[in-house]
Design a protein around this ligand. Structure first.
Ligand SMILES: Cc1ncc(C[n+]2csc(CCOP(=O)(O)OP(=O)(O)O)c2C)c(N)n1
Ligand SMILES: [Mg+2]
Length: 332
């Protein structure tokens, strides 16, 4: 499966899983889908039939609230049945809302932000001590980088020259309740990582060519004399792939409800479905989608009151009338 196909499947599963469960964090799942798609399609060394294989690359999704993304990637790679994804967030399910290491293929439980880089640095340190050549990859949220423990781990990784460690920051400029710049100023982000001794690569994290090239460069870096760890600052769009969820803080916690929210999200994904992909839930999209009305609270950026009441209902009618139209916008 290509990285684009896997990223699309992660998005489609994410919509279904959050719709079925009433679970949160779909914006965070859509934001990170391309990064996870690339990692599981092309970068990580693993064996789904032998998840404990000692020489596998280690992976930690430190922004563990986006657990649906990793569950989808693991199921699509044969760690467990795709059917089990429907149990996400249900009582007794192995697929808890936040990432659980009780699942095959998961190396570390996350959800309490700020711990993944420390654990990854420890794994990378241990691998070096043991003379092992596998790598350690960790994905962090940018809001998560407000946690002091992230920077302590960053110092540690540089001090011990952990060139077998690659951190990827999903830099969508948002956290749970607001934009990062309104919460705690963290720019100039790349300069900060560099000052902590890391190689820094900055890319568009929703672009697969740029992601592929960044991981290739990170691999080159790991062989360089300096022995520095590498961070990939992946500039992304929170909610990427569903226009009315993009850059709207509402979709950090809200799930796609039955009706126009679910129908329009599915049909928007279908407009950009890569060749060779099958949608196991709605193979042809939704033929007669419920559309939003003027009264529906849609397409509104809920961060600022002056950005509410945008023209999404009208926009969606146009998209429905003209398949293939891409009306996505980037806030920045
Ligand atoms: C230690 C801790 N504090 C608070 C939370 C609640 N929380 C869940 S997601 C989130 C926002 C995270 O933002 P970011 O890291 O930027 O991730 P994004 O969803 O934007 O990808 C917060 C504060 C948490 N999970 N852990
Ligand atoms: Mg964020």
């Amino acid at each position: 499966m290509t990285s684009e196909q896997l990223a699309w499947k992660i998005r489609r599963h994410g919509i279904e899983m959050t719709n079925l469960s009433g679970g949160s964090h779909i914006g965070a799942v859509l934001s990170v889908a391309d990064i996870i798609g690339m990692l599981y399609a092309e970068i990580l060394n693993f064996d789904s039939k032998n998840p404990e294989w000692h020489d596998r690359d280690r992976f930690i999704l430190s922004k563990g609230h986006a657990g649906a993304s990793i569950y989808a990637a693991l199921a699509e790679n044969g760690f467990f049945e795709v059917e089990e994804l429907k149990t996400h967030y249900q009582n007794g399910s192995r697929l808890s809302g936040h990432v659980s290491h009780h699942l095959p293929g998961v190396d570390f439980s996350t959800g309490s932000l700020g711990h993944g880089l420390s654990a990854a640095a420890g794994m990378a340190y241990a691998a070096k001590k043991d003379g092992k050549t596998h790598k350690v990859y960790v994905v962090l949220g940018d809001g998560e980088c407000d946690e002091g423990s992230v920077w302590e781990a960053a110092l540690f990784a540089n001090h011990f020259r952990l060139n077998n460690l690659v951190a990827i920051v999903d830099h969508n400029h948002m956290q749970s309740l607001d934009f990062n710049e309104n919460t705690l100023e963290i720019e100039d982000f790349g300069v900060k990582w560099k000052a902590f001794g890391w190689n820094v690569i900055e890319i568009n994290g929703n672009n697969h060519d740029e992601l592929r090239e960044a991981f290739r460069q990170a691999d080159e870096n790991s062989k360089a004399e300096s022995h520095k760890p590498t961070v990939i600052i992946a500039n992304t769009i929170k909610g990427c792939g569903v226009s009315f969820m993009q850059n709207d803080i509402l979709w950090h916690y809200r799930f796609p409800h039955d009706g126009w929210e679910y129908d329009c999200a599915v049909n928007e994904l279908h407009e950009h479905m890569p060749e060779g992909v099958e949608d196991v839930y709605t193979p042809n999209g939704i033929e007669k989608p419920v559309l939003p009305t003027e009264q529906d609270d849609i397409g509104n950026d809920h961060t600022f009151s002056y950005t509410w009441n945008t023209d999404y209902p009208e926009k969606m009618r146009r998209v429905a009338a003209k398949p293939g139209t891409d009306e996505r916008e980037h806030r920045l």
